[in-house]
Design a protein around this ligand. Sequence first.
Ligand code: SF4
Length: 331
Amino acid sequence: MLESEQQSRTVALRAEALDKVFQVSGSARVTRGLHAVNHVSLTVGAGSVLGVVGESGSGKSTLIRLIAHLIPMTGGDLWLREIPVPRRLTRSALIRYRRRVQMIFQDPFSALNPYYPIQYQLERPLKNFRLVSGKGEMRDAVAKSLEEVGLAPAADYLMKRPHELSGGQRQRVVIARALIAQPEVILADEPTSMLDVSIRMSVLNVLERLQQDLGLSYIFVTHDLASARYLADHLLVMYAGEGVEGGQTADVVDEAAHPYTRLLLSAVPEPTREVPIGKPAVAGEPPDLAQLPTGCFFHPRCPQAMARCREEHPLPRTVKNEHWVACHLYG
Ligand code: SF4
């Protein structure tokens, strides 16, 4: 078997040096470049989950919008099953790409059309992607997708509108709508952050079961390291638009190398440790992405910052095996 063929079986999606710069207008009509994503590379294994974690403003949601082709990238390259994905896709290529790479949005209420019943909303991807040939097949596919996400019997939900469902049920419908397109990769943008704490775990369980049963690959974006640790086998930690640490979840969590990752971890509640309610994960504010600090972007907040950190931007270095970090404390 050719090496590229073998890789396409083990790697679902790969990105190299993705960049996104937004041009924003300031005073006196001066435009500035806002560096939302800086040279971010990632690999999602086939049937694996990559957790992308960081505070709000770290660029993680922009990153998956680039991968979803919802916004154009300023630089970088993307491969799906090791086939290059052009930066600009024709309409038909975009439809094919969107079928294979589906997105689950943070807010299930705004992700669903309030005027239409659930049945209509689940039939649309089947029609758009021409996945079924008749009404019977369509009915069966809709019922199966609802039952797969735990909304059974499906007949109880088909004619309901989004406002007639609970938050957890709405997010399950959004997951069903993504699944019905038979994707290979799911990009989940904070899928549980708008749900009550009591139902977050049940939605995470649904995502985990589907990933294992259907062999799906996920990029799971969250500010909550506890959920990422639960679901992901690999982690990418982002700060100020760039990746600062990555590797297998066990290595990143048990042997966190970057001071930012360590501070995020210190705010994760553990049964054996008391965490004051409302304690911010990291003291200070994230930087203005249009005026990034010199040197390491984290140096104004880093408890271990050295003189070198104010001048020199740290490059990624291997800690061990797949575990890497971008910090002057290493190497
Ligand atoms: Fe802290 Fe310096 Fe490492 Fe940046 S490079 S995280 S400032 S120690």
